[in-house]
Design a binder for this molecule. Structure first.
Ligand SMILES: Cc1ncc(COP(=O)(O)O)c(C=O)c1O
Length: 443
């Protein structure tokens, strides 16, 4: 192993050593169960201090790549390729609750009915070819006309999660640091864990990432990428104002970070989009999902931006599924071009906004203060997450605990409550949530 390590490491910092070992594990040169040389042996062979090697070992340990087995030494961990776990904590116990507000999903009754458009699929290219263009020309034209900037490349993938997964897996080097909002969507943290990246959390207010906090995080860390949600942020509901987007773009402009913008609720967000791409058009990769607006089972999202990472994604996907079904692309295109569907999506966005604001207002009247926002989810402060979750469960209401959403260990306790599905009895639900939020864990 020492031979591989010395041969492959160009950067002899702790970060560089950790990165090299991560890469050796990822490409199979070093295998699960292999014993690592001692800190002293590595330090001697690489002419670095034992402290530097210890630091590298700590990074690898934190990411579950290696583990120490007492006096027997340090080994490549069985967990080194294991699935990360935050995602599976949300939603909570599906099907168990009378009212499930833990899912983060749209109201099925507010989604457009696609069946009227199934005949559109007959207009898609025949299902016989591997060689057709991956993205329908007419869909590309439609997407480009509605994109917040002129993207160098654009394509369609299987949902925003697919886009995030592909970009994170291919464009974020092992052991890099990546800025995300704190709190954020748990799968983003899981995906970063899997590439051995460290998430650096930046605080939010009701207009999104706080510029001073972003500047501070950038100043204190060597950051490779930033992953942000411009509107209806999950879990807080925050959307950037135009002033905030301009301020954030100003801070990011002098950097060379990969900027990944996840517009996961798209036209269902209930607020205007202020994209960083309007300020930094050649720099931003923007993802727009159609899951919340047109239907989760379409599994469709568009991703547009510079050659790296978008063209890299397109090329890498050629080795796998290559493209997203053109039948579904045609279905989406026909839905996007339908005035009836547009009106239905506008109505859904209006209803989500109304349900969100009504819940905020009701909670406020009951003594629970939530920051302004919109979208499908609300971040509700509570005395204790477990006590509040259990109390609501006893009343037949499922909610998600805040823990998997938080980057920083600790932090103020919250619940993530999906308000998009509260179609009836909002006052009774607000009563229960407020009671649970105000429960004193020490009582
Ligand atoms: C921030 C964020 N990104 C991505 C997704 C998933 O989007 P998709 O269904 O398009 O994969 C969600 C869904 O809740 C989300 O909140």
């Amino acid at each position: 192993m020492i031979v591989h390590l010395t041969a492959s490491t160009t950067d002899r910092s702790a970060h560089g050593i950790a990165q090299t070992i991560g890469a050796l594990v990822a490409d199979g040169t070093v295998r699960v169960g292999d014993r690592l040389p001692t800190v002293r042996e590595v330090a001697r062979a690489m002419s670095v201090s034992p402290t530097t090697v210890s630091e590298a070992w700590q990074t690898l340990q934190r990411h579950g790549i290696i583990e120490t087995r007492r006096r027997r030494g340090t080994f490549v961990s069985e967990r080194s390729g294991a699935m990360a776990s935050r995602f599976w904590q949300v939603p909570v116990d599906r099907g168990l609750y009378d009212i499930d507000l833990s899912t983060g999903t749209p109201d099925p009754d507010l989604l457009p009915d696609p069946s009227a458009f199934f005949s559109a699929m007959g207009r898609a290219p025949q299902m016989t070819s591997y060689l057709d263009r991956p993205l329908l020309v007419a869909l590309e034209d439609h997407l480009r006309a509605d994109w917040p900037f002129d993207p160098e490349h654009i394509t369609v993938v299987n949902g925003a999660l697919d886009a995030l997964d592909r970009v994170i897996a291919t464009a974020i080097p092992f052991a890099s640091k990546v800025i995300v909002s704190d709190p954020t969507f748990p799968p983003i943290l899981d995906m970063l864990d899997l590439v051995g990246a460290t998430a650096i959390g930046v605080a939010l207010d009701s207009e999104g990432l706080i510029p001073e906090a972003l500047a501070e995080a950038l100043g204190a860390n060597d950051v490779a990428a930033i992953i942000v949600q411009p509107r209806a942020q999950n879990p807080t509901g925050a959307s950037w104002s135009s002033t905030r987007a301009a301020a954030l773009a100003g801070i990011l402009e002098p950097t060379s970070l990969l900027i990944l913008e996840d517009d996961h609720s798209g036209p269902a967000s209930g607020t205007e989009l202020h994209s960083l791409g309007a300020h930094l058009p050649g720099r931003v990769t923007h993802i727009r999902s159609f899951s919340k607006s047109h239907g989760p089972d379409l599994r469709l999202a568009a991703i547009g931006g510079p050659s790296s990472p978008v063209m890299d994604l397109i090329r890498r996907r050629r080795l796998g599924p290559s493209w997203t079904s053109r039948l579904l692309q045609q279905l989406l295109l026909d839905m996007l071009q339908s005035p009836k569907v547009e009106a239905e999506v506008d109505h859904a966005a209006h209803m989500y906004r109304q349900r969100w604001s009504a819940m905020r207002e009701s909670l406020s009247l009951r003594g629970v203060r939530v920051n302004p926002g919109s979208g499908l989810n609300m971040w509700v402060p509570v005395g204790d997450e477990t006590v509040a979750t259990v109390s609501l469960a006893a009343n037949g209401i499922g909610v998600a605990p805040g823990r998997p959403f938080r980057v920083r260990i600790g932090g103020a306790p919250h619940l993530r409550v999906t308000t998009s599905v509260i179609a009836t009895n909002p006052e009774a639900i607000a009563d229960r949530i407020a009671d649970a939020a105000l429960l004193d864990p020490r009582a």
